[in-house]
Every structure is written in C-alpha cells, then in structure tokens.
Design a protein around this ligand. Structure first.
Ligand code: GDP
Ligand code: IMO
Ligand code: MG
Length: 421
C-alpha cells in the first residue's frame, strides 16, 4: 500500500502528527516537495518535535526516511536539524537518505526572498523567508545547484563562485547586501561533508524498495491552497503541494500510488498573506486565547476561520482524496454554535468552487450552514462512538461536504489522541 498524504487547506493541518500515526503501518516515508518552510509537529509523551526537512516518520525506530528530488534543501539547516534529532537520541545513520538531485537553497535565495518581499510592501506574500521561491526559480531557470554538485567540492566551488557573482549584482540592484563567496563556500562544503553519507540515487533506491513490496508513505508539505498551480496565486509557495507533486518529486509513477489521504483541520487557518474567505475574529481570538495556532516555523500567529467546504471540495478533486483525517476537532469544544461555509456568494452569484483570481476571491462572501456545538472536552475520547452526537454530526457534514470518506479523527496533539472513524 503506497499512500500520499496531503494538506487539504492552507498548510499546518496536522500532517506531521498524522504521518507519525500512519508510519506505524509503513516502511518508508518520503518528503517530495517544499523545503524548510515547512514545520511539522509531532508530540510523543512530554517530547515535542518540529520537523522542517526530515520526514516525520523518523521518530519511529527502524523506519526509513527519504528526502527526494523534489525538495529544495538548505544543507546548513539540514545539518542543524540532523544534529538536533541526534542530540535527542534519534538515530539517523542508515535511516535517513537524501536524493542527489534535490536542489540546494543558497544564502542568495534567502537574501532575494527577503528583498523581494520588502519591495512588494503591502502586497507581500508573507513568505517564511527561507529562500524557497528563488531556489525553485533557479531550478526552473536551469541555474540551480544540486546535492550532486555539493558532493564534488572542486566543481561546486567554481559553480558557486559564478552564481554568487551574478546574484550579488542582482542583490545590489535591489538594495541588499552582497555575499562573501569564501564564507558561503566554507559553510556549504562543511555541510556537504556532513551530509555525504546520506546522499544516494533516490529513484533507483525507491524502485528497489517497490520491487521488495515495501509500503511507502508520502508526506506532503504545505497545503492545497499554497500549491503553485492550484493555490491562491501569487499568495502560494513555489512547489506542487498537491498529490501529483509526490510523483514528480520522487520518480514513483502515478499508477503505483494506492490511496490519497487528505488532512484537514476542523476549522481553517492560514499563515501569511492572501485571501481567506472564512476568516473570523471570533474563532481566531478564541484559539489564540487558548495559546493555539502559532506557526511552527516562524512563530507567527495563524489567521483563523470557519471550516471552508468550498475549499476542501476543490482539494478533494485536485488531489483525488479518498480518505480524510480530521484534526484539531477539540479546538471547537467550547463553542455553542459552529459554522461551515458551504458555498460562496461572489458578485451576486452563488458559486461552489473557488475562483482562480485571488482578487476575485476577496469579493467572495461565505454562505454558512450552522451546527450546534457539543460544549464538552473531547480530548480524552478514544473512539468515534464515544464522541457526543453533535460532534459526530459535525464530522459527517465535513466529510459529506468535502466528498470523501472519513477515516481518522484527531482530538489532541498526542499519538494516542487519534482514532478511526
Ligand atoms: P503540519 O504542518 O500540517 O504538520 O501542522 P503543524 O505542526 O504546523 O500544526 C499543527 C498543530 O496542531 C501542531 O501544533 C500539532 O501538535 C497540533 N495538532 C495536531 N492535531 C491536533 C489535534 O487533533 N488537536 C490539537 N489540540 N492539536 C493538534
Ligand atoms: P507546513 O508543511 C503554512 C506559506 C507562507 C507564505 C507562503 C509562501 O508546515 O504546512 P514560502 O516561504 O513557501 O515562499 O511562503 O506559504 N507557507 C506555509 N504556511 N504551513 C506551511 O508548511 C507553509 N510553508 C509555506 O506562510 O504564506
Ligand atoms: Mg506546519
């Protein structure tokens, strides 16, 4: 069974937690897109881990994890993440593998990310400033450097020198600070040396595992509405965060995939700029008041809103979602009344899909259906049958309106706070 897991909303749906749960049944977990803009949280007992580049499956002993070709890797950040896990007793040798064709994020990508955001002013995207956009830009422009380059120090240095010269000129013209070649070279070659034992031809390795009938789990990063093609462009990230990204980002063909699991919160959140039709202060204030919904990567407060079924229905179609994992249901415990957006009203017309123009989306007004709250602490519940009837009704509505089968329910950040529907 090969499973693709995707975020069905704007990211931070709880993918890390659900991956940790599903890894129990898998042999290999693959991260196939995005970079260290991601922040995937897994809580095990008193321990809390936030993973940025390394698949969340790494926390289960014996499982193999691979960062495949579609990911953009900041080698210095990756070394830091590896060391952070090793200090906490997580063994990585022989378990973590890195694709030699993954592209590198370089310091000029981060500097350009920052400068472009500054220049956009009020129209900024609100990026994580990890250099993700410029790194994927270089990949598409065929001016990127890859892990395989970093493994060849001599030619890497020559390529880096010419890339830094060009990017310094651009940086200067944008008002940024030029980079020192020697400093970057030293830091990157050191990181390269540290990463060398992990670097492999990931396509060949993954296909060998398929031959051995190993179960592969693909860990999506970001969410459907941050997808470069299907998201609220330009307020998106720079990779395909939807199901197809797992194929192009790993070299595993579509017909070898068996199911797609969509993770969604029982409400909506977004971090960064761009339209969010169901944004509502009433739910945001409540969640922030509980100390929840602060970004795992940048610490920014996430914008919050009611569950948007127009969005998740679209996510179901684009990803081919078969099964749903619904998280953070306990976040709604105190509410007397809960709303679900079932359609948009856009310039006097009722529409059932999100318009492609982010500008147009700003003019969409959500049409809500109201549900009774359960007003009970459900974080201790461990089976679907034990959930209050009002909670079951709400979950059924989320699944029916999205159009996929409810499979997993999550009522807290811990592994055990999860059960099948
Ligand atoms: P990801 O990027 O999709 O992996 O999600 P994040 O880790 O960025 O954000 C999800 C947050 O919700 C994390 O703090 C998780 O620990 C937490 N979380 C996940 N599922 C649940 C749940 O069912 N209830 C509660 N209370 N927290 C949850
Ligand atoms: P996970 O995997 C939530 C958002 C940023 C910004 C936009 C572009 O944890 O769900 P970028 O740095 O990628 O160029 O920023 O995308 N963003 C995320 N939002 N969760 C994420 O990852 C995100 N990764 C990027 O906030 O709006
Ligand atoms: Mg996150």
């Amino acid at each position: 069974m090969n499973t693709i897991l995707v975020g069905a909303q704007w990211g931070d749906e709880g993918k890390g937690k659900i991956i940790d749960v599903l890894t129990e049944e898998a042999d290999i977990v693959v991260r196939s897109q995005g970079g260290n803009n991601a922040g995937h949280t897994v809580e095990i007992g008193k321990e809390k881990f936030v993973l940025h580049l390394i698949p969340s499956g790494i926390l289960r002993a014996g499982k193999k994890c691979i960062i495949s070709n579609g990911v953009v890797i900041d080698p210095v950040a990756l070394v830091k993440e590896i060391e952070g896990l090793e200090t906490r007793g997580i063994k990585l040798a022989g378990r973590l593998l890195i694709s030699e064709t993954a592209h590198l994020v370089l310091p000029y990508h981060r500097a350009l990310d920052e400068q472009r955001e500054l220049r956009k002013g009020r129209n900024k995207i609100g990026t994580t400033k990890r250099g993700i956009g410029p790194a994927y830009g270089d990949k598409a422009a065929r001016t990127g450097l890859r892990m395989i380059d970093l493994m060849r120090p001599k030619s890497f240095s020559a390529k880096l020198k010419s890339r830094i010269e060009e990017n310094n000129a651009i940086l200067k013209s944008l008002g940024g600070t030029p980079l020192n070649f020697r400093e970057v070279e030293k830091a990157y070659l050191e990181a390269g040396k540290r990463l060398r034992p992990f670097v492999i031809n990931s396509v060949v390795w993954l296909h060998e595992q398929l031959e051995k009938k190993k179960h592969i789990l693909f860990e999506g990063a970001q969410g459907t509405f941050l997808d470069i093609d299907f998201g609220t462009y330009p307020f998106v990230t720079s990779s395909n965060t939807t199901a197809g990204g797992s194929c192009t980002g790993s070299g595993i063909p579509p017909h070898r995939m068996d199911r797609v699991v969509g993770v969604m919160k029982a409400y909506t959140t977004r971090v960064g700029e761009g339209p969010l039709p169901t944004e509502a202060a009433e739910i945001g204030d409540m969640l922030h008041g509980m100390g929840r919904e602060f970004g795992a990567t940048t610490g920014r407060a996430r914008r919050c809103g009611w569950f948007d079924a127009v969005a998740t229905r679209y996510a179901r179609v684009v990803n081919g979602i078969d099964e749903l994992a619904i998280t953070n249901l306990d976040g709604l415990d105190t509410l007397k009344e809960i709303k679900i957006c079932v359609a948009y009203e856009c310039r006097g017309k009722r529409i059932a899909y999100p318009p492609n123009d982010a500008e147009e989306l700003l003019h969409c007004r959500p049409i809500y259906r109201k549900f009774a709250g359960w007003q009970k602490d459900i974080s201790g519940v461990r089976s679907y049958q034990k959930l209050p009837k009002a909670t079951q009704k709400y979950l059924t509505a989320l699944a029916d309106l999205t159009g996929a089968k409810l499979r997993i329910v999550s009522v807290g950040p811990q592994r055990e706070q999860t059960f099948d529907a």
